[in-house]
Design a protein around this ligand. Structure first.
Ligand code: SF4
Ligand code: FES
Length: 358
């Protein structure tokens, strides 16, 4: 079988971030003592990614603007011919710096918002005044001519506002809005009892988004997918393990997904020691769950195994202790009862957030 090239590179430039969102996908234990990849190392990664066939790079974090060399990294990505998307909280970027990033070749900005209610938004972000600064930043992006996508992670505290979030995206003149239901990895797994909404709230939110989509038809693209905790089958996480996405951490580890370090027993090669192409093709971690040969039953004989690839490995491990288990989200999983139990009894009162620490 010929190995397909990855389409996207998720470049986690730093774990540093001014916000403290309780659903952050960064690892709970941040590898603060290892030096981050420097400008020359990221330049090499970006060139190697383009040579490997990657088309898009998502500059992420933490907050990528915490890197003083972000303009140089953007220039290197654009120079390598990559479509360059900045995933940012908008905090810490001035209008002048945004202009410098645009001049360096940035193609697109994806701005996260926490809620339409400023007080709720600031409480979720753990940062007073964040909401106001994000709105101002959105205005600068639109004025610069860069396309803007608004992204909101949905959970118990903001799920009643999904329609409002679409309205706000239109008001901010975003071209696209992503209603992204929380994925329970990293800090979100630690905060699951505080974040997981009940079924009725999810059903209302899906209906609200459809109404808002109709209200704004032709003015904005609305991306919204039903949350997998409330679905019958899991999503094809990362488009399949080692199939479409390659993730480089701030310290140079190359991962098949952003949460892969939570899985025990996998060896993650470092870009400081190996080429990106070599890691993609030969590293044990990328080959551990590639394709369908590793699958247990019921996935092995399931007609959906090439559709969802058995779901999410990180979720399967977090819930069952076995990274090769069928994702318990699936109604055919022998562990599915634990998902139903969690959905039937949302915890009251809502527990306090465990905030991510920088
Ligand atoms: Fe997907 Fe496995 Fe469930 Fe089939 S049994 S739907 S392959 S997770
Ligand atoms: Fe790791 Fe889904 S987040 S496989």
């Amino acid at each position: 079988m010929t190995l397909p090239a990855p389409i996207g590179l998720l470049a986690e430039l730093t774990y540093r971030c001014p916000l403290a969102c309780p659903y952050c996908s960064n690892p709970l234990a941040l590898a603060a003592k290892t030096p981050e990849l420097d400008t020359a190392e990221w330049t090499r990664v970006l060139r190697q990614a383009a040579d490997l066939g990657v088309l898009q790079v998502h500059l992420s974090g933490g907050e990528p603007a915490a890197r003083r060399d972000l303009e140089q990294i953007v220039r290197a990505a654009a120079g390598a011919g990559l479509y360059t998307n900045l995933i940012t909280s908008g905090i810490g970027l001035t209008e002048a710096r945004l202009a410098a990033l645009a001049e360096a070749g940035l193609d697109h900005v994806q701005l996260s918002i926490q809620d339409t209610d400023a007080d709720v938004a600031d409480r979720i972000a753990g940062y007073r005044g964040a909401s106001e600064r994000k709105r101002r930043f959105a205005g600068w992006v639109v004025a610069s001519g860069l396309p803007l996508t608004l992204n909101a992670v949905i959970h118990r505290a903001n799920i009643a506002h999904c329609g409002d979030i679409v309205d706000e995206a239109v008001a901010l003149r975003a071209r696209r809005v992503e209603i992204a239901h929380t994925q329970y990895h990293g800090w979100a797994a630690a905060n699951r009892a505080a974040l997981l909404p009940d079924r009725a709230a999810v059903d209302r939110a899906l209906a609200d988004v459809e109404t808002a989509r109709e209200r704004h038809r032709g003015r904005i693209v609305v991306d919204s997918v039903a949350p997998d905790w409330h679905a019958r089958f899991p999503k094809p996480c990362m488009g399949g393990w080692g199939a479409r996405i390659i993730n480089v951490t701030p310290h140079g580890k190359v991962l098949p997904c952003h949460a892969a370090e939570s899985l025990p027993g996998l060896e993650f090669w470092n870009i400081r020691d190996h080429s990106l192409a070599g890691i993609w093709a030969h590293s044990p971690a990328f080959n551990a769950f590639r394709g369908t040969g590793w699958m247990p039953e019921p996935c092995q004989s399931c007609e959906r195994r090439d559709v969802d690839f058995g779901g999410c490995r990180c979720q399967a491990f977090a819930l069952t202790g076995d990274a090769a288990a069928t994702d318990p989200i699936c109604e055919r999983s022998p562990h599915h009862a634990m998902v139903l139990a969690a959905l039937d009894g949302p915890v009251e009162p809502v527990p306090a957030y465990i905030y991510r620490k920088a």
